[in-house]
Design a protein around this ligand. Structure first.
Ligand code: GDP
Ligand code: IMO
Ligand code: MG
Length: 431
């Protein structure tokens, strides 16, 4: 990692998700012992390329492709056990020795089929006000957690009690489904049978992630805390209600694995060299011309979880400056610079104009944001491939100028620049 004394580092998405967190975690996992996810669930889709192979990880941390790394899911995650084992078995089938290296917090809440049923039914009932969720049951699982009616992994130890909890949950969801325009119902017997069939395998991977990480740090090991989604999808700091249901920002990291915030040494914000968003909600710098299709094609901007086309736009420094503040970023990893290689010129939003005033901070009020017009600065393109750059000096001058300006506007130093999907396509900025 950048600082040799840095033992515990948070990797956090600093736009609307899909910034390339998986790639950056995979690159840095080379130097660490433990990688842990702290929130979200299988709504995440983290892509890692190793050689000619592509892996899309939904719940398993992106460190799993390095041998021997311990990969954990913290208490802050909503844990979908069936999807998890599917993912684990698929890795094993591809020759990755993953089984003995994964652990899930006993305090993590189980995300079960009825959460997905409820997610879909809720979205359908929202009509034009839909959020555009991934349909993975995330909102309902966090609803149950906060309402103190969730089922945690550790609850499975007491089989009879877990069965009772499951039957109560099924009855509750069915009651709610009756009020909606849907014929879907939860079959309590099937729910119990299905979960109990994997109970032993589940209990075998249950750990206290806080304790494991505490001990690792005490032993001088290094830990990466891998965020999912991005700052603008944070339930508190994002574009509410067009957000996910967890604290994606760095404040959620210590909380979501069970260590204290004083243990975190650095927070690296991952940002694309432009902006994307998938699902509904505001995106102030969204392209309104042929660039939408062009950048989507150049960047392969289709969701890793749902396959939906991502909405694309210019880099928004108002967003990333805000993300730098709410996350306490110490460094940036800028990804997908290569996607901009062929553009004649580039725009960066430096502020917004709204209600006759200039805003230099991201507004919390969606009404105000809806009226905000980005104020752009234009920079010349570099019109040269950056894919083979491995040092800062290898980059074309205009690309360096662009990156320097991003750093200045976001008030955060750039530590890494990614210029392609592969592991080796990374610049460790030493300045
Ligand atoms: P995550 O959710 O933040 O891990 O990001 P995703 O995996 O959903 O989306 C990022 C996409 O960009 C993936 O397809 C990556 O393979 C790809 N990617 C990551 N870094 C780069 C890069 O520097 N250049 C290019 N062209 N693609 C990249
Ligand atoms: P990674 O970790 C991009 C978006 C959904 C929707 C909103 C709420 O790959 O960056 P949810 O299913 O969480 O209730 O959906 O959040 N969303 C993501 N967008 N990347 C993700 O994850 C996302 N996870 C959720 O599209 O707008
Ligand atoms: Mg993704």
């Amino acid at each position: 990692m950048r600082d040799r004394n840095s033992q515990c580092v948070v990797i956090v998405g600093s736009q609307w998700g899909d910034e390339g967190k998986g790639k950056i975690v995979d690159v840095l996992a080379d130097q660490v012992d433990v990688v842990a996810r702290y929130q979200g669930g299988s709504n995440a889709g983290h892509t890692v390329h190793v050689g000619s192979e592509e892996f899309i990880l939904h719940q398993i941390p992106s460190g799993i492709l390095h041998p021997r790394r311990r990969c954990l899911l913290g208490n802050g995650v909503v844990f979908d056990p069936f999807q998890f084992f599917q993912e684990l078995d698929a890795l094993t089938a591809r020759g990755i020795d993953a089984e003995g290296r994964v652990g899930v917090s006993g305090r993590a809440h189980l995300l079960l089929s009825y959460h997905k049923t409820w997610d879909r039914a809720q979205e359908a009932s929202r009509g034009s006000g839909k959020i555009g969720t991934t349909g993975r049951g995330i909102g309902p699982a966090y609803e149950d957690k906060v309402a103190r009616q969730g089922i945690r992994l550790a609850d499975l130890r007491d089989r009879a009690r877990a069965e009772e909890q499951l039957r109560r949950a099924a009855a509750r969801v069915n009651q709610r489904l009756e009020l909606l325009d849907t014929d879907e119902r939860v079959d309590a017997d099937a729910l119990v049978d299905e979960l109990m069939s994997i109970r032993d395998r589940l209990l075998a991977i249950s750990v206290d992630t806080g304790r494991v990480i505490h001990d690792a740090l005490k032993a001088g090991q290094r830990v990466l805390l891998e965020g999912a989604q991005g700052a603008l999808l944070d339930v508190d700091h994002g574009t509410y209600p067009y957000v996910t249901s967890s604290n994606t920002t760095a404040g959620g990291a210590a909380l979501g694995v069970g260590i204290g915030p004083t243990r975190v040494d650095d927070v690296i914000g991952v940002v694309k060299a432009y902006t994307t968003r998938v699902g509904e909600g505001p995106l102030p710098t969204e392209f309104m011309d042929e660039l939408q299709e062009r950048v989507r094609t150049l960047g392969g901007e289709y969701g890793a979880t749902t396959g939906r086309p991502r909405r694309c736009g210019w880099f928004d420094s108002v967003v990333v400056r805000y993300a730098a503040r709410v996350n306490g970023l110490t460094g940036l990893a800028v990804t997908k610079l290569d996607v901009l290689d062929t553009l004649d010129e580039l725009q960066i939003a430096v502020s917004y104009r709204a209600e006759g005033e200039e805003l230099d901070d991201f507004p919390g009020d969606l009404g105000l944001l809806a009226t905000a017009e980005p104020v752009y600065e234009t920079l010349p393109g570099w019109k040269t491939s950056t894919a083979d750059a491995r040092r800062w000096e290898d980059l074309p001058e205009n690309a360096r100028r662009y990156l320097d300006r991003l750093s200045e506007l976001t008030e955060t130093p750039i530590w890494y620049v990614s210029v392609g999907t592969r592991r080796d396509q990374i610049i460790h900025v030493e300045r």
